[in-house]
Design a protein around this ligand. Structure first.
Ligand code: SF4
Ligand code: SF4
Length: 449
């Protein structure tokens, strides 16, 4: 069987899927949750509760703050203690709703039964409304509101829905576990999204290093027998799960610089998003839970975990449940080691898109930086065809015009350049800043049009 992959660049970091055999455990409720109003791409949500209000799990507590935004729901039942700014993961002040947890009573109309609901609603608007009202956002990293992504603008049509089950980042195993443990729900979620996209075909792409997941999903696809869904095996190669890389691998189509997947007829959703779509549409359950991995090279196997968490649980609470910060951890990351963000504040609350607490030891610390030896390895590794050494130079020179000309805005921040550089030059850090600068210029220019 041919294994699909993308055309240019990429690297092969060690797998380090240390928590792959650990079944998903349900975390007990903490005494308090802190629900962020900024859990999605776009405008912050606007809180509609006040201190003293009683809330139930699954109840709306914040409305979208714009077209690109999302509803936010209470993950627990209890009393609103405060609506106030609180530091997020990176240490920025963001509005949060603080809730004292009192039991676990759910709002009316949510189906919490374990029965699989396989009949797909016919009404496209009903599906989109359920996805929107239940606050579903992309769980593959970008947290783009799903009802917007599944509703292409006039004149654009989806030829293929790609479900991303690559989980190509080292260490992370939450997608692998849901592919094994929530298989049917993910496949039904895919069929729901196919319906909303005009019954387009669906490819579920899974990397070759997850043979159990490939077998489980193939069996589920055959059993449920929805038309037009197939599983494809992807080569183990980073960043195989990147949106543009998956489209290249599966459809052999290239998204142009500055373009969107729908421009080439593609819609890409993560497998965790498919599960959230299933729950939202078939069970009317809002997105208030997700799965994350607690892992790292300084944790023994028995302390590696995959947890079902309620959104708003403080990271420090989850770390405690997993036995505390391990000895030897010099860095904590939310997300994978390639694209994740350093945790500056362990008291920060989990959000819809939280995927891990990753503890890294001294062995993973960056080596001292040396001079560029012009080896070109960073350019060879770049899956977007960029020249990272040049972008860095242009950033140092403050040349925003040349940075835009050299498409710094196409950088997907995958870190392949940094990983490949023998001189340990912090290419990604510099390019990220350069990209933010150029994106700001592009946005300002577009706003004037
Ligand atoms: S981080 Fe950006 S520049 Fe570096 S390899 Fe990835 S896409 Fe290319
Ligand atoms: S990989 Fe590092 S040393 Fe080689 S060209 Fe790129 S920046 Fe220079």
């Amino acid at each position: 069987m041919a294994k699909l992959t993308f055309s240019i660049g990429g690297i092969h970091p060690a797998d380090s899927k240390l928590a792959r055999d650990r079944k998903i455990e349900v975390l007990p409720l903490p005494p308090k949750v802190y629900v962020s109003m900024f859990q999605h791409l776009g405008a912050q949500a606007k809180p509609i509760v006040a201190p003293g209000d009683k809330v139930k799990a699954g109840q709306i507590i914040a409305e979208p703050g714009g077209f690109i935004s999302a509803y936010v729901h209470s993950p627990v039942s209890g009393t609103v203690k405060s609506v106030a700014p609180r530091k997020d993961l990176a240490g920025y002040n963001v509005m949060h709703v603080e809730i004292d947890v009192e039991g676990d009573e759910w709002a009316e109309g949510i189906d919490l039964s374990p029965e699989l609901v396989t009949a797909i609603p016919e009404d496209r608007e009903f599906i989109l409304d359920r996805i929107k009202m239940n606050g579903v956002v992309g769980l593959g990293g970008a947290t783009f509101p799903t009802h917007v992504k599944l509703n292409p603008p006039p004149g654009k049509k989806a030829d293929c829905l790609i479900l991303n089950g690559a989980e190509c980042e080292p260490y992370l195993t939450s997608d692998f576990r849901i592919l094994l443990e929530r298989t049917d729900e993910i496949v039904v979620g895919a069929a729901v999204m196919q319906k909303v996209l005009g019954d387009c075909p669906c490819v579920i792409g899974i990397e070759e290093n997850k043979p159990e997941a490939i077998a489980a999903v193939r069996a589920s696809v055959a059993r449920l027998a929805y038309p037009g869904i197939r599983v494809e095996v992807l080569k183990k190669r980073y960043p195989q799960g990147g949106e543009k890389q998956l489209i290249d691998a599966v459809m052999h189509r290239q998204v142009r610089s500055g373009g969107l997947p729908i421009d080439v007829g593609a819609v890409v959703q993560n497998v965790a998003t498919s599960l959230a779509v299933y729950e939202a549409v078939q069970k009317n359950k809002p997105l208030v839970t997700n799965t994350l991995t607690v892992t790292g090279d300084c944790l023994p196997v028995e302390r590696q975990h995959n947890y079902l968490f309620r959104i708003g649980m403080p990271l420090s609470y989850i770390a405690e449940q997993a036995g505390g910060v391990p000895e030897g951890a010099v860095k904590m990351v939310s997300g994978g080691p390639m694209m994740g963000k350093a945790i500056a504040n362990l008291d920060a609350a989990t959000v819809k898109g939280s995927s891990s607490i990753l503890y890294l030891s001294d062995a993973t610390r960056r080596k001292p930086e040396g001079p560029c030896i012009r080896c070109g390895r960073c350019a060879d590794a770049c899956p977007m065809g960029l020249e990272p050494f040049l972008l860095r130079k242009l950033y140092a020179a403050g040349d925003a015009v040349a940075l835009e000309k050299n498409a710094v805005h196409d950088c997907i921040e995958c870190g392949c350049c940094l990983y490949s550089c023998p001189a340990n030059i912090p290419l990604l850090d510099n390019i990220r800043l350069a990209k933010a600068q150029v994106m700001g210029i592009i946005r300002a220019r577009n706003a004037k049009k």
